[in-house]
Design a protein around this ligand. Structure first.
Ligand code: F6P
Length: 555
């Protein structure tokens, strides 16, 4: 049986949450968002929450005081606090891989005393951080040299998924803090990615970091082998040891690649790939912004961790963001959410969040192995204002309601002569969330047209096209400026939000079996694509495509 894309939501709803939330959802559909402001002048104060200069505004959602109360009850009922405490205590909450989940230990201070299965991890974490700092400083000040005695002007990070998206996103986000060599990120097994990157570089002054938790991922291993041949071809086989560094949990496998021991940086199986930017996977970022900037980044995340651990649920930013996310996904039945940073340097943040969110909560069964009715939503997005001139049409007037999460800084880095840009950016961001909520009625549309001199008949014909339903929810995350500390807080906010939602869905957020099948099949298909094996037993479509590829292929 082929399942419809969207089963009837009314049927799914009732079994998923308590009656109080069903009633809140029905009320929300009837009342909408704008009237909530008319009924309560202090709504913004009640529904916006801060951690220093980071503000989370939930007031432009349909969550009212009773709904929030019921959502907080749901969080208690689904034991969000107990599960959070178990994670921080180093319990093996990743039950399908039998692992602790302790990325929070990577940004800790000694007094936090994190332990995995009772074994303290702080010293190991600090040892790797110090080794990374030593190496990063040596690369940055030119003390670490290539085989021919040149300092490194360029660093190429080869990794994919969690071994790429985090540092690539953060390097871009923190561009104003760069004072190290130029960073390049290569992830795709498509040879174009590596070829286009290496073409611009001089092997003599290029350092390659191979980043892979498992050191088996085929894309990364293939790119690393090609980069290795490139160095060897330009500088000789002996130069490999001077031009490579590696980051991995599989230290045995790294040695065989020919990388010097002091340039191998480890991490641990209690760090998930998509949660690994705080580990040695962050080495390229550290090389770009320096160890002090990197420590600031860690400190921001730690601040959010401590808030998540200690703040009451009603003031707890990750809990509230998680509850609002769950509300939109389940109670309001919105299949996707858009992440729209009005901050060009966060242009890779939506892609980063896609992995964090969808690889974590895109699961069809719960922790108990039983099917779940609804998993996490599709997360997607692009920076504003660009999105306004592309897909915002559908967000305003399409038939699906898409909750939007706006991120914007009050300040920019780019000097007084650019001040007007920031003013426009902020105005656009606020205008979008206002327009989504307020909308425009048929009557208003008609009036605007006739006021502009259009005949009544013509206005009647055009007006329906100019109606905006409004009552479309959005969340705004406002911060003072995108610096390392703020970026650390933002990422940790979203990590913990994903955790909170996972508890509400009943999902294990820390495994990723869904990506394994494609990996296995790809490996088996290589000999078929190259013609070494027959496609005989494959399905008809795959056989047809293989035959077509072989006809088109120029050898
Ligand atoms: O895509 C699946 C995945 O396992 C991600 O979770 C991970 O971030 C990525 O592959 C890269 O894995 P590795 O760091 O082991 O090369």
């Amino acid at each position: 049986m082929v399942r419809p894309c969207r089963p009837a939501w009314q049927n799914r709803r009732s079994s998923l949450y308590p009656e109080a939330i069903a009633q809140a959802a029905a009320r929300a559909e009837k009342t909408g968002i704008k009237p909530l402001f008319e009924a309560d002048e202090t709504r913004f104060d009640t529904f916006s929450f801060s951690l220093d200069d980071l503000l989370l505004d939930l007031s432009k959602t349909a969550i009212d005081a009773d709904a929030l109360g019921s959502l907080l009850d749901l969080a208690r009922e689904r034991q969000v606090e107990e599960k959070r405490d178990a994670m921080f205590a180093g319990a093996r909450i990743n039950a399908t891989e039998n692992r602790s989940v302790l990325h929070v230990a990577l940004r800790a201070e000694p007094e936090d005393g994190f332990a995995a299965d009772g074994e303290a991890v702080g010293e190991d974490v600090e040892r790797v951080l110090s080794a990374m700092s030593g190496f990063a400083n040596a690369v940055r000040d030119g003390e670490a040299k290539g085989a021919k005695g040149h300092a490194f002007t360029d660093v190429v990070n080869i990794g994919i998924g969690g071994s790429d998206l985090g540092p690539a996103m953060a390097t871009l986000a923190l561009a104003p803090y760069h004072d190290g060599p130029t960073l390049h990120y290569v992830s795709n097994v498509d040879g174009a990615h590596l070829a286009d990157t290496l073409e611009k570089l001089d092997a003599k002054s290029t350092l390659v970091i191979v980043a892979s938790k498992t050191f088996t991922t085929i894309e990364t291993m293939t790119n690393a082998a090609t980069a290795r041949r490139w160095i060897a071809a330009h500088l000789g086989e002996d130069a490999v040891k001077d031009h490579f560094a590696a980051v991995s949990t599989a230290l045995d496998k790294v040695g065989a690649f020919g990388i010097r021991e002091e340039r191998i940086f480890g991490f641990w199986d209690w760090v998930g790939g998509r949660y690994s930017i705080w580990s040695a996977i962050g080495l390229p970022l550290m090389i770009a912004i320096g160890p002090e900037g990197f420590r600031e980044f860690l400190a921001g995340a730690r601040q959010m961790d401590r808030h998540f651990r200690a703040a009451p649920l009603r003031e707890n930013l990750p809990v509230l963001l998680g509850l609002a996310g769950w509300w939109h996904r389940v109670a309001m039945d919105c299949p996707t959410r858009a992440i729209i940073p009005y901050d060009q340097r966060l242009s890779r943040f939506p892609a980063y969040l896609q992995q964090l969110d969808m690889e974590s909560n895109g699961k069809r069964v719960g922790l108990d192995g039983e099917p779940v009715a609804i998993s996490g939503p599709v997360a997607w997005g692009e920076p504003g204002t660009n999105g306004q001139h592309a897909f915002f049409q559908l967000i305003h007037q399409g038939t699906d309601v898409i909750p939007v999460e706006f991120l914007v800084g009050a300040n920019a880095h780019d000097g007084d002569e650019m001040a007007v840009h920031q003013d426009l950016l902020l105005a656009n961001c606020l205008a979008q969330s206002e327009a989504l909520m307020t909308g425009r009625t048929l009557e208003e549309a008609r009036r605007q047209l006739t006021d502009a001199g259009m005949s009544a008949d013509e206005a009647e014909r055009i007006a329906p096209h100019r109606v905006f339903p409004g009552n479309r929810p959005s969340i705004t995350i406002l911060y003072s400026i995108l610096d390392p500390n703020t970026l650390g807080r933002l990422i940790a906010l979203y990590e913990h939000r994903v955790f909170v939602e996972a508890q509400l869905f009943g999902i294990n957020a820390f495994d990723q079996w869904g990506v394994e099948l494609g990996k296995e099949l790809a490996k088996n298909l290589v000999p078929v694509v190259t013609g070494k094996e027959d496609a005989g037993s494959r399905d008809g479509s795959t056989r047809g495509l293989v035959a077509a590829i072989q006809t088109m292929r120029r050898t």
